[in-house]
Design a protein around this ligand. Structure first.
Ligand code: FES
Ligand SMILES: [Fe+2]
Length: 466
């Protein structure tokens, strides 16, 4: 198994008009970005369930899919079971996208070999009755699970299969409609996750530079923090907006799970969201292509006016500007979005020629955690899986808070502001042994206590110093 190569940092020339002297793009070393079977990153990713298709996409015909660099075909057989098989038939390689779906499994159209959803060869009709060829081989097959309108695949060794994680994200105490979507991005999956580890881009790409995409309060530069959670870490931004503190905490769960509040909060009244707007995964199609796949949570918090329509989401559809590449090129240049920023980093962003700053701490943290996890798998360990697998929903941590600052408290000091955001995040992290409304009540109580701690004593407020 190849080991992680030493990191070669390439420095740009520190001189004006120095283009000639600057290095050409050296290739990324692929340690964290390669997804194929037998690569360090690919073997690591094969220890997790990955969503790859909307249930609504699958009708009566098989669909060819490419996932983790493997060409596959997915179908639902006549008895309602999902099959995810290697696309090329093991007989002589015809594609099973032209297979005929059967009551049980699928039959290759070329010579009629018939495969069950687990890859078992049920029939080889051209062979003599005495033939034992069907007992000797299996078509490559992977397990499929359905959850929240998405199909998930497990593509690792059967003996390492983790329990399927049921996240608590959809467990709202209010009506919640789960609306799945899937977007194709022609770039490596790691840079998609890194976008979520980079909350400062919300100020620039989504408010200050490219256009007013998020609400105007995102123009306020935030304090950033990246507190660890059981899944990974929070990617959080804390802002002082007038009399309010506005905390927006997305979350990153290794390897490719993320949840985020939306960008519409005006931070002009108190509010609290204990659940995310979107739950999504950055799934590798191959080294150079990915899906952003997941679901939006449409409910009275995220959509108080009831204006969001489910049909605004789907395949290459998401109701926020700049998430796909199908806008006219000039429009994308005038007001680029996430898609344009991420894809323009290159099919595989070259991390050797970057110049990272203090606001890139989340990106650095993710890369370090990912590389460590890959090394652990190389060393024969199983990667960590979220706690509470199998014994209840997996607690998640994304949140959004707007808190009114008590009169007499300034919180304009960046350190004090950052500390308030960090402490609020700890309210979520430290209550992850509780579930549902109980957890929300505990978090709210801790937030209230934090605000009370901020409140100056009556003596100080009135100037009566004893
Ligand atoms: S190639 Fe599939 S049965 Fe021959
Ligand atoms: Fe973004």
């Amino acid at each position: 198994m190849p080991k992680e190569p030493p990191v070669a940092v390439v420095r740009l020339e520190n001189r004006p008009y120095g283009g000639y002297h600057n290095p050409h793009r050296a290739d990324d070393d692929g340690f964290i970005t390669s997804v194929g079977r037998g690569t360090p990153g690919g073997d690591y990713l094969r220890h997790y369930w990955h969503p790859f298709l909307l249930v609504s996409e699958l009708k009566d015909l098989p669909i060819p899919v490419r996932l983790l660099g493997e060409d596959l075909v997915v179908f639902r057989d006549g008895s309602g079971r999902y099959g995810l098989l290697h696309r090329q038939c093991i007989h002589r390689g015809a594609s099973l996208e032209y297979g005929i779906v059967a009551e049980r499994g699928i039959r290759c159209s070329y010579h009629g070999w018939h495969f069950d959803v687990d890859g078992k060869v049920l029939d080889t009709p051209g062979e003599p009755p005495s033939s034992t060829i069907k007992e000797k081989f299996f078509q490559g097959a992977y397990k499929v699970r359905e959850w929240q309108g998405l199909l998930f695949a497990y593509m690792g060794p059967a003996e390492d299969e983790p329990e399927f994680p049921i996240y608590d994200s959809t467990g709202y105490p209010i009506d919640n409609k789960v609306v799945p979507y899937r977007m194709n991005l022609p770039c490596n999956w790691v840079q998609i996750v890194e976008n979520g580890c980079d909350p400062i881009h919300n100020a620039f790409l989504h408010a200050i530079v490219a256009g007013q995409q998020f609400s105007p309060v995102f123009k306020v530069l935030p304090q950033l923090d990246f507190p660890k959670t059981a899944l990974g870490f929070l990617s959080m931004a804390t802002r002082k907006v007038g009399d309010y503190v506005f905390i927006r905490a997305g979350e990153i769960g290794l390897p490719n799970f993320g949840q985020f509040p939306n960008g519409s909060n005006m931070a002009n009244r108190e509010s609290a969201a204990f659940r995310p707007w979107v739950t999504r995964w950055a799934v590798a199609v191959d080294d150079h292509n990915s899906f952003y796949i997941g679901f939006a949570n449409v409910n009275s918090y995220n959509d108080p006016g009831g204006v969001i329509k489910p049909e605004e989401f789907g395949v290459d559809q998401f109701n926020f500007i700049g998430q796909t590449g199908d806008r006219p090129y000039a429009e994308r240049q005038r007001e680029p979005g996430d898609y344009d920023a991420l894809v323009s980093q290159g099919a595989v962003a070259n991390r050797k020629v970057e110049h990272l700053g203090t606001t890139d701490r989340g990106v650095v943290l993710f890369r370090r955690m990912l590389a460590n996890a890959i090394r652990e798998v190389q060393d024969g360990q199983k990667p960590a899986v979220p706690k509470l697998y199998g014994s209840g929903p997996v607690p998640t941590y994304a949140h959004e808070l707007v808190v009114k600052v008590p009169p007499g408290v300034l919180l304009d000091d960046p350190k004090a502001l950052a500390e308030f955001g960090y402490n609020a995040a700890q309210a979520f992290i430290s209550s992850d042994h509780l579930v549902g409304a109980e957890r929300e009540a505990a978090v709210q109580e801790k937030i209230n206590a934090l605000v009370r701690e901020l409140t100056p004593s009556s003596a100080t407020r009135t100037g009566e110093v004893s």
